[in-house]
Write a protein of this length. Structure first.
Length: 116
């Protein structure tokens, strides 16, 4: 999967949102008996309400490639600040970290800062 960097992160040209969703959900749901769906994942990311899906969100942030996390969020209109807040909430509650994703979120925050 070849990614290109766009204004708001990474975009996977030629890949449909359905394909991106399937890749994300395949990773997020693999270890669990009860699957999360796209609408619930998007709601949790957008609102920061991580319960009762905390382990799924921890998997999303730790096992899905950072560029795919950003592309999934972009395709579902989850703004960077809300994505970062959801990540911080999951990190605080689980201790799960993703240094590469944190770096990408900081870079996006700096790029969209009104001070620039």
């Amino acid at each position: 999967m070849m990614a290109t960097v766009g204004k708001r992160g990474v975009v996977f040209p030629g890949h449909s949102s359905a394909r991106i969703d399937a890749l994300v959900l395949g990773t997020v749901n693999a270890p669990f008996r009860k699957p999360i769906d796209v609408a619930t994942l998007v709601f949790s990311l957008g609102t920061g309400k991580v319960r009762p899906w905390l382990v799924h969100l921890a998997t999303f942030f730790s096992e899905v490639a950072p560029d795919l996390v950003l592309d999934f969020a972009r395709r579902h209109d989850v703004v960077d600040a809300k994505l970062a807040r959801a990540y911080d909430a999951v990190k605080a509650q689980t201790g799960v970290e993703n240094a590469a994703l944190e770096k990408a979120l900081v870079t996006l925050a700096q790029a969209t800062s009104p001070d620039r």
